[in-house]
Design a protein around this ligand. Structure first.
Ligand SMILES: Cc1cc2nc3c(=O)[nH]c(=O)nc-3n(C[C@H](O)[C@H](O)[C@H](O)COP(=O)(O)OP(=O)(O)OC[C@H]3O[C@@H](n4cnc5c(N)ncnc54)[C@H](O)[C@@H]3O)c2cc1C
Length: 483
């Protein structure tokens, strides 16, 4: 059989996964990455011995990630995972705390400290979140989304209960308000909308499947950080024979002979685009999901801080209203990750590295607006840094005078890596049917496929791996058909 030539445009996690699987199938795969390193948004830095991820810090669905490495014949390269318990600490402006545990009883105990009636809320919320996962989540992740009829057939196979659960869905905030009486736990649930870059007040209750996933499958840390996972994936892909061109931005053009790709206009039989699909599909006008601003800090000593912490802002609705109006939040929610809490390989003895992040609005797309946004961010970064430190020191006054900024990432940096407007997840899945309007993996022309956070099923490390797997399967089927 003739060897088919496949181009993969983009070396993010979705592109790497697709490239490796297609090479394993025997295709001649060339990957074009516009940046100087593989991994896309999942980058890491080492500063004087401190290792800090600059993108993802938290891993869910570990079996999906392990399964992907297994398919790539690369289990020997996979770094070990540690399951975190507790999973995350949440602190509120009124001084209250809530701790999420995998163990539902311990989580219910923590909720009951906020208000005794919230104990029951934890149980009823997680029962409904599990039903949503079965009704909508599993059928959504089971196969590439190719239209409502196929999806509904997968839902129907789960029975009438699943169909009814799917039909009743409101917003994530409304679901939280149904189960919880305190603002604290409504904020806790609402925050999961930001895992897709959305607002809890406009995202479907279907996103409750994310807290279910964390509860059912755990929150994990990759030893030595996500950067180590990306390095392993890159090594696996090269070992399978993929030709990798770094610092090579590529465009594709369909001709009668196939696809012309890359600076050399080489001919390929199929293309997997890991760059955000909105531009290729001429859907640039679509509203974008949120961006983010990241500070990388070095702290003297080893302060006793949890691995994952969220410091909520005081008015969550206002925070999202401001962000989706294109402004910085007046009182932003700050997330920080302290990986050396559970992984000493991340920091030398006596020092601590912190990844600190706030949501930020996506920037307007377009050359002149982007230039203006870049100038704006030079001034805005100072303001956000101050807000972040104020919140951090308010909750942890002992850190004052002991922290040093060792790096930062603004939406401009994300945009420079091809993310439209610096948006982390691209397409904004607001509305009840939002997730179904996401760009599909199958592109508009034969042999063209998308993989990555901007396409089905969405962003986050495991899901982009899944989209890479789907894209590789679909490209292989196409190439078999055309051979
Ligand atoms: C700050 C931050 C925190 C995050 N936190 C988490 C988390 O805790 N857990 C989690 O699971 N996920 C998290 N994510 C999301 C996760 O990082 C992404 O969903 C995922 O890494 C995206 O992978 P991707 O396959 O879509 O590729 P991307 O990372 O989007 O990479 C695409 C690649 O394509 C390249 N490219 C674009 N255009 C071209 C072109 N024309 N030619 C050649 N190359 C091109 C780019 O340079 C880039 O390398 C976070 C992301 C960020 C930024």
């Amino acid at each position: 059989m003739k060897t088919s030539r496949v181009a993969v445009i983009g070396g993010g996690i979705g592109g790497l996964t697709a490239a490796g699987l297609l090479a394993k199938e025997g295709h001649a795969v060339t990957l074009f990455e516009g940046g100087p390193s593989l991994g896309g948004k999942a980058q890491a830095v080492t500063v004087e011995g401190l290792t800090l991820d600059t993108g993802p810090t938290l891993l869910t669905l570990p079996a999906l990630v392990r399964g992907t490495f297994e398919k790539l014949d690369a289990l020997d390269l996979l770094p070990p995972f540690t399951e975190l318990e507790p999973q995350c600490t949440y602190r509120f402006t009124d001084g209250c705390d809530f701790t999420a545990y995998k163990d539902l009883e311990r989580m219910a105990d923590s909720a009951a400290e906020l208000r005794p009636s919230e104990r029951k809320g934890v149980h009823t919320f997680y029962a409904e979140a599990a039903a949503i996962w079965r009704a909508a989540g599993e059928p959504y992740l089971e196969a590439p989304f190719e239209g409502m009829p196929g999806f509904m057939a997968r839902v129907a196979r789960r029975g009438i209960g699943a169909m009814l659960a799917g039909m009743q869905m409101d917003t994530l905030h409304a679901l939280a308000a149904k189960h919880f009486q305190t603002q604290h736990l409504r904020q806790y649930v609402g925050r999961f909308a930001t895992y897709a870059g959305g607002s809890p007040y406009a995202s479907s209750a279907a996103f409750a499947l994310i807290p279910h996933i964390e509860h059912a499958y755990g929150v994990h840390h990759v030893k030595s950080g996500i950067g180590a996972l990306v390095a392993a994936l890159g090594q696996a892909v090269r070992r399978l024979g993929v030709t990798v061109h770094l610092d090579t931005r590529a465009r594709f053009e369909r001709t009668s002979e196939g696809y012309r790709v890359g600076p050399g206009s080489e001919l390929f039989d199929s293309v997997v685009v890991n760059a955000d699909p909105l531009a290729s599909l001429r859907r640039e006008g679509e509203p974008l999901s949120l961006s983010g601003f990241v500070l990388l800090l070095e702290v003297e000593g080893r302060p006793s801080l949890p691995h994952h912490t969220v410091l909520f802002g005081g008015d969550y609705r206002r925070e999202f209203d401001e962000l989706f109006a294109g402004q910085l939040a007046t009182d932003p929610t700050v997330y920080f990750c302290n990986p050396s809490a559970t992984d000493p390989s991340m920091a030398p003895l006596g020092r601590t590295g912190l990844f600190v992040m706030v949501n930020a609005p996506a920037m307007p797309v377009g050359a002149s607006q982007a230039e203006q946004a870049e100038r704006d961010w030079e001034a805005m970064a100072e303001r956000v840094r101050t807000q972040m430190f104020d919140k951090l020191f308010h909750h942890y006054p002992g850190l004052k005078g002991k922290t040093r900024v060792v790096g930062q990432r603004t939406p401009v940096d994300l945009a420079a890596r091809g993310a439209p407007g610096g948006s982390i997840y691209g397409f904004l899945p607001h509305g009840r049917f939002g997730p179904f309007r996401r760009p599909r993996i199958r592109g508009g022309t034969p042999g063209l496929f998308f993989a990555g956070g901007g396409t089905h099923p969405g962003g986050g490390v495991p899901l982009v791996m899944l989209s890479g797997r789907f894209a590789a399967e679909m490209a292989s089927a196409h190439l078999r058909g055309s051979a």
